[in-house]
Design a protein around this ligand. Structure first.
Ligand SMILES: [Zn+2]
Length: 398
């Protein structure tokens, strides 16, 4: 790959630093080799090919820390599991391409289907199909009849949960995902109810950490969040009913909170065909979750909990994969974060939660050249992350 230098754009590097106007980004061998103001560009770099980005903005590729690529987000998972497996695969191929085209260059699949997501990752890595870099969790682990049991490896008791965690790692999981409370996508469940016990969760944590993997738990109710933190999990997904005491514990133990706000705020004008009843079922639950999540964010910010963010796209019939990280950024800004802070959450912070900071999340020398060139200023209006001029992954334009 030929070296090139992106010139003239305003650079937002993902570290949280203020933007650099009239910047240069030198890409060598698919990685960032130099980034900074144009007038400080080293002399030898000036001979490289130039990509003129004057009047535009460069941001790191977005990272979605919570997504389900096997599900299309237009139909419920309960319906999709009965579909022909080949069709699920072919649709996932289309989904990952669209995710990449909207500027999300890395995702963490946090609940797959029959290890289809593992094959999709292999196909992306091999270059057979276009898609983001991926972390995967394999099958979610739930207690018998627990949240999303219909796609889960059901497990009961510490020994069985430990074995279930090891099965996912054997299949290729980077993260073990467990259900610590009920969930909205499973009809008839109480989102406040705790599911797996501290002992069961801790068994999975022990197995995962021994193999260098992380653990994430789906949590709405306070009890499940607390159980997870006490068990030593690495990230709390959703975290709807976080309280101050548990937030203190998260800071103490370094537990991250992965917010998923957009999924609970579907656009009433864009309800997919045939999903009106599902919309009506979920609307009230979602309103309550959204309302309480605002409080959780406030508590997490005040206490200094590490915050990440994901779309949960695919997680239900009202969660499409279209520009969903943009939606997440908009929700973060509505939740009180500055656009710069919101961008830092979905780049640097998410890279940390995915244990990928050595290569991703910021546009600093040595990192993979995953970046997006925008036609409008995302710090002026976060909606401008939808104004995509070009997406680069590993230095190659998509
Ligand atoms: Zn999810």
């Amino acid at each position: 790959m030929a070296d090139y230098v992106v010139t003239g754009a305003t650079l937002i590097d993902g570290t949280g630093a203020e933007p650099v106007a009239n910047a240069a980004l030198f890409v060598h061998d698919g990685r960032v080799a130099w980034a900074g103001p144009m007038n400080q560009l080293p002399a030898e770099v000036r001979k490289a090919d130039e990509v003129d980005a004057a009047g535009r903005w460069v941001i790191p590729g977005l990272i979605d820390a919570h997504v389900h690529i096997c599900w299309n987000g237009r139909e419920s998972v309960l319906d999709l599991i009965h579909r022909d497996r080949d069709l699920i695969i072919l649709e996932a191929v289309d989904t990952v391409r669209r995710i990449l085209e909207t500027g999300t260059t890395t995702v963490r699949d946090i609940g797959g289907h029959d290890y289809v997501e593992m094959s999709i990752r292999k196909a992306i890595t091999a270059g057979h199909i276009a898609g983001p870099r991926m972390r995967t969790s394999g099958k979610v682990i739930a207690m018998t009849g627990g949240h999303a049991y219909f796609i889960a490896r059901e497990a009961d008791g510490p020994d069985d949960v430990r074995r279930a965690a090891r099965e996912q790692i054997k299949a290729g999981a980077d993260t073990v995902k467990l259900m610590a409370t009920g969930g909205a996508a499973t009809p008839g469940q109480d989102v406040m109810a705790s599911q797996l016990t501290v002992e069961e969760l801790a068994a999975a944590v022990g197995a995962a950490h021994a193999m260098g993997r992380t653990v994430a738990t789906h949590c709405h109710g306070t009890g499940g969040i607390k159980n997870s933190v006490l068990a030593g999990v690495d990230s709390i997904e959703h975290g709807t009913y976080l309280d101050e005491e548990t937030a203190d514990l998260m800071v103490e133990r370094g537990t991250a909170l992965v917010l998923t706000q957009g999924v609970a705020r579907p656009d009433p004008d864009k309800v997919p065909p045939g999903q009106q009843a599902e919309y009506e079922r979920l609307e009230k639950i979602f309103d309550a979750l959204t309302e309480r999540t605002r409080q959780s964010i406030q508590i997490a910010r005040e206490k200094g909990v590490l915050i990440g963010s994901g779309t949960d796209a695919g997680g239900n019939a009202l969660a499409p994969h279209d520009f969903s990280m943009a939606r997440e950024l908009e929700c973060l800004v509505e939740g009180g974060f500055t656009p710069l802070k919101a961008l830092t959450i979905v780049t640097r912070n998410n890279a940390g939660i995915l244990r990928w900071t050595n290569e991703l999340g910021t546009l600093e020398p040595g990192k993979l050249a995953d970046f997006v060139i925008l036609n409008a200023d995302p710090l002026d209006n976060i909606r401008n992350v939808r104004q995509i001029h070009a997406v680069y992954k590993g230095g190659t334009r998509i």
